[in-house]
Design a protein around this ligand. Structure first.
Ligand code: 5GP
Length: 113
């Protein structure tokens, strides 16, 4: 996988407002927030998008789902937040390192665009 903005954030070659980190994942504020809380949660493992993850990633992905809930609560969202991943250009993915958007802090409409 080629280097991305997010791998540079993992390697501390680029600054980010980091709100959570452990051995497997990193969470930081989106530079262009779409809600009062807009955090990006990424694996440290270079996975391009959800569609390219495989069964070897099951524990990592499960860990990240649970951490997403913890992070949303820590950021004051309570139990009301949205977790989104754009997998592939056609779905709006612009950075090709798997990431989950954690959105909250306001009422969220449905369906998304
Ligand atoms: P995607 O469109 O791939 O689902 O989401 C990429 C997200 O990365 C966008 O919401 C965009 O605002 C965010 N983003 C792009 N470049 C940077 C950056 O340099 N720093 C941070 N913190 N977020 C970024």
């Amino acid at each position: 996988m080629t280097e991305t903005i997010f791998s540079k954030i993992i390697n501390r070659e680029m600054d980010a407002d980091i709100v959570y980190e452990d051995d497997d994942c990193l969470a930081f504020r989106d530079i262009n927030p779409q809600a009062p809380v807009h955090i990006l949660l990424i694996p440290k493992k270079p996975i391009e998008r959800l569609a390219t993850a495989d069964s070897a990633d099951a524990d990592l992905l499960g860990h990240m789902m649970l951490k997403a809930g913890d992070i949303a609560r820590d950021q004051g969202c309570g139990d009301a937040f949205r977790l989104v991943t754009n997998s592939g250009e056609g779905a709006g993915q612009s950075v090709f390192h798997l990431h989950f958007h954690i959105l909250g802090g306001r009422a969220l409409g449905w369906p998304p665009g």
